[in-house]
Design a binder for this molecule. Structure first.
Ligand code: DX5
Ligand code: ZN
Length: 265
């Protein structure tokens, strides 16, 4: 893998098993597609940011792949954050695409509104969706990436047949509801089993982890098979959030390069 990340133009393109190609030509020039090892995307969670300064806090992590937006309704989880109007404003205030993680009941009803609000990826919890296949199709049809989340006690196995309907699967590595909790190591086997299912079916499905992801846990997640990493306190609690994003990405990419799941591409 090259030691310096090349300058990207037009965003990355993902191949099978997380390989990443980037276009290095500027403007409308054709440019060249350059292979950039295994993808590791870092999504800072604004749950740990200052909610009175969201636009500035988004700018503080420019260079992040996505901005992770935690929507909580005080019913599905015992905490309350923000909703559609804030997502609409944030989408206008930043060029970083929004990764909306809905920790809300009645996801079937609300998730499509977050696509309309400007989210590039919308994650619903399977525990809160009455018809996850219909909902994933609706999110995709409206133009966003469709993603499904599993709480720690929810197994992946019953959902194997649904995976082709999704662009990303989120494995919670804490009980959802709050930032700053300790990473649950007991989720690592579920991450490994999910990566095996993705490989078995040859899917281009991103595997996201969320909760307690930091410099001391990200390598374990990457080695187990995650390729999208949400980090709240580890990014916004750092003196230089943008540097924290770069450091986490480097750690994750190096751990991925060592991982057996990524060796056979
Ligand atoms: C928790 C949220 C997370 C949270 C992670 O329910 O879904 O996105 O912001 O925060 P950290 O990285 O501090 O555990
Ligand atoms: Zn989240």
């Amino acid at each position: 893998m090259p030691s310096d990340r090349p300058e990207w133009h037009g965003g990355p393109s993902y191949g099978v098993r997380g390989t990443i190609q980037v276009r290095t030509g500027a403007g409308n020039e054709p440019g060249t597609w350059q292979s950039w090892g295994m993808a590791a995307q870092i999504n800072p969670s604004i749950l740990s940011a200052d909610f009175a300064r969201l636009a500035e806090e988004a700018k503080a992590v420019e260079g992040a792949d996505w901005l992770h937006v935690d929507v909580m309704d005080n019913h599905f989880v015992p905490n309350l954050t923000l909703g559609v109007p804030v997502v609409e404003s944030l989408a206008r205030a930043t060029d970083t695409p929004l990764d909306c993680h809905l920790m809300i009941e009645d996801a079937d009803r609300w998730a499509p509104q977050y696509v309309e609000a400007g989210a590039g990826s919308v994650t619903f919890h399977v525990e809160a969706a009455a018809a996850p296949v219909r909902l994933a199709r609706e999110i995709r049809a409206k133009g966003a990436r469709a993603s499904m989340a599993l709480k720690p006690a929810t197994p992946i196995e019953p959902y194997e047949d649904l995976l082709p309907e999704l662009d990303m699967l989120l494995i919670m590595t804490v009980e959802p509801g709050f930032g700053g909790q300790a990473f649950l190591d007991i989720m690592l086997p579920k991450i490994r089993r999910t990566r095996e299912l993705i490989s078995k079916h040859g899917l281009e499905l991103w595997l996201q982890v969320d909760g307690g992801v930091s410099a001391s846990t990200i390598e374990r997640c990457a080695e187990a098979g995650a390729d999208v990493f949400v980090a709240g306190s580890a990014v916004y609690g750092a003196a230089d959030p943008a540097q924290a994003v770069r450091a986490l990405r480097t750690q994750a990419e190096e751990a991925t390069a060592r991982a057996s799941w990524a060796c056979d591409h």
